[in-house]
Design a protein around this ligand. Structure first.
Ligand code: NAD
Length: 218
């Protein structure tokens, strides 16, 4: 197994490659748990429902090549992907909106082997403020600037009602957040130096429904 000395600048990795690296790592962690030490590109491809060429292309971009005989070393590859996509000492995350989705995300994340840790949450509901849910303390929005600075939180996840999305995004930016994941169906605006990812479940579902409909037409 060889590691190329000169992979392309990691800053220029395509967004889709970064997403797939995260998915490969999750699949590789399961393989490792099952005692698998080596894996071929076509095996990763099968798990991810993509082509082996795509897998090899992504891994070449990060300077990793397997051997014909044994494929890729699973734990080496997990470590390499981690060194590329994880922040050095981990990144702290806050959730704004401790409702159904906010709590589901916290539960999903707890115990995961990730360098992302949900350190705080914020809500406007006085019944939730001051409580700790799944190990995460919930604060008032008024304390956001102070908590985000004190806890060195860099990412904000928005799980508030759509009507509150714009003001919450603004508050997160003012508090010094560097990345936002917006789960509300309302698009928000952020300055250039803040990375924004928006995930609208209804759009995704309608896209799936469209392709299902198309299959029925064929
Ligand atoms: P919810 O009503 O259960 O939770 C919303 C939470 O936000 C509540 O705790 C509320 O007190 C809090 N809140 C309201 N205004 C706020 C503000 N200005 N600042 C901080 N907190 C505030 O709603 P939910 O089902 O968790 O959904 C949250 C968002 O995620 C919605 O925009 C929804 O469309 C979207 N979403 C939800 C789901 C889901 O499965 N529940 C899926 C996809 C998207």
């Amino acid at each position: 197994m060889e590691k190329d000395d000169k992979p392309i600048s990691m800053k220029h990795l395509p967004h889709k490659t970064i997403e797939r690296l995260s998915q490969y790592r999750r699949a590789l962690l399961i393989c490792l748990d099952q005692g698998q030490t080596h894996i071929y590109s076509h095996e990763i491809a099968k798990i991810q429902h993509i082509t082996a060429v795509q897998v090899r292309r992504d891994l070449m971009l990060i300077g990793y090549t397997g051997t014909l005989r044994k494929g890729y070393n699973v734990s080496e590859l997990i470590d390499l992907i981690g060194s590329i996509i994880d922040a050095g000492e981990g990144i702290r995350v806050a959730i704004v909106g401790m409702g159904n989705l906010g709590r589901a995300l916290i539960n999903y994340f707890s115990g995961k082997r990730s360098r992302l840790s949900i350190s705080a949450s914020f809500d406007t509901n006085p019944d939730k403020i001051g409580r700790t849910m799944s190990g995460v303390p919930c604060y008032s929005l008024e304390d956001m600037n102070e908590i985000i600075a004190r806890e060195n939180i860099k990412i904000g996840i928005m799980t508030v009602p759509a009507a509150a999305a714009l003001t919450v995004a603004e508050k997160l930016v003012q508090a010094g957040i560097k990345g936002i994941l917006n789960y509300t169906p309302k698009p928000v605006y952020v300055p250039k130096d803040v990375y924004l990812e928006e995930y609208d479940m209804i759009t995704s579902l309608e896209k799936v429904a469209f392709y299902v409909k198309m299959q029925e037409v064929d």
